[in-house]
Design a protein around this ligand. Structure first.
Ligand SMILES: C[S@@+](CC[C@H](N)C(=O)[O-])C[C@H]1O[C@@H](n2cnc3c(N)ncnc32)[C@H](O)[C@@H]1O
Length: 258
């Protein structure tokens, strides 16, 4: 009997990621960048952005640290030649080196997230900051829809999305577990913040969800959705009265003791 012991592949690992990365930046940079600024990141700092995606966080960090500092942006699948191809589950990192490490929406995808967190902590310089920004997508209800059919369609889509994620080894509720995980990994001065917002047509959050119907199309069809239903989901997100709550967003900072 063949037994596949390999970890599941990254759920968004196929196809062109650039539009998804653009939408992620639009939805999340307004939350992530002010939190990073609170660390006091400044000229000369050495920074690491793990799983950088479109690289907007790394680019912002570069403006803060200037030529005296450095920003290493890594990704399993770089979309730019300024990004180092690097698998955070296995490729080496320097010990005790970085003043600031950021990982946004990466660890939820990695079944090895506890080991990866330990590696990130070891890569921090004494006194260095780790910021992990994550979501808890187990909370993401529809707030208002034109009729019962539309409400049920939204719920069906979210359930299908969750099934695809679970099959890929994603921890959908990781956001709520980050602060405890960071404390267990030895960090101090933990400072979690969380929030939700309401999404309507034209919001970056709904645009990202609409894009998910395309990006994860094969997986969503494999768990029972039809292309017609996916098209209806996209149409629903453009209805003026449609409103959904975002998932719960968490941004957690912790420091390696000096
Ligand atoms: C959901 S995207 C988030 C991108 C970016 N951090 C952001 O928030 O805009 C997850 C990113 O993690 C990368 N990734 C997945 N597995 C990885 C691994 N094992 N090592 C490094 N990067 C990984 C993906 O290629 C993708 O760019």
């Amino acid at each position: 009997m063949d037994v596949n012991l390999a970890a599941p592949a990254y759920v968004f690992g196929r196809g062109d990621a650039r539009e998804q990365h653009r939408l992620l930046a639009a939805a999340h940079d307004p939350l992530t960048l002010p939190r990073l600024a609170e660390t006091g990141v400044d000229s000369g700092w050495r920074c690491l952005d793990v799983g950088t995606g479109g690289g907007t966080v790394a680019a912002w960090l570069a403006t803060q640290v200037g030529p005296a500092g450095s920003v290493l942006a890594t990704d399993l699948s770089p979309t730019s030649d300024t990004v180092l191809r690097h698998d955070i589950t296995r490729d080496p990192l320097p010990d005790g080196h970085f003043d600031l490490i950021v990982a946004r929406l990466v660890l939820r995808h990695l079944p090895e997230r506890a080991e990866v967190l330990a590696r990130l902590v070891a890569a921090l310089a004494p006194g260095g900051w780790l910021q992990i920004d994550e979501t808890d997508t187990t909370y993401q209800p529809c707030l208002d829809a034109p009729d019962r059919h539309a409400f049920a369609l939204y719920q069906r889509f979210i359930a299908a999305r969750d099934a695809v994620m679970e099959r890929a080894g994603v921890d959908a509720g990781y956001g709520r577990r980050v602060a405890r995980a960071m404390r267990s990994a030895g960090l101090v001065d933990l400072d979690p913040v969380s929030g939700v917002e309401v999404w309507g047509p034209g919001s970056p959050g709904l645009a990202l969800l609409a894009h998910t119907t395309v990006r994860l199309r094969d997986g969503l069809v494999a768990v029972g959705m039809t292309d017609r239903q996916l098209a209806e989901v996209r149409e629903l997100f453009e209805q003026p009265g449609f409103r959904a709550s975002s998932s719960v967003y968490y941004s957690v900072r912790g420091r390696r003791a000096s």
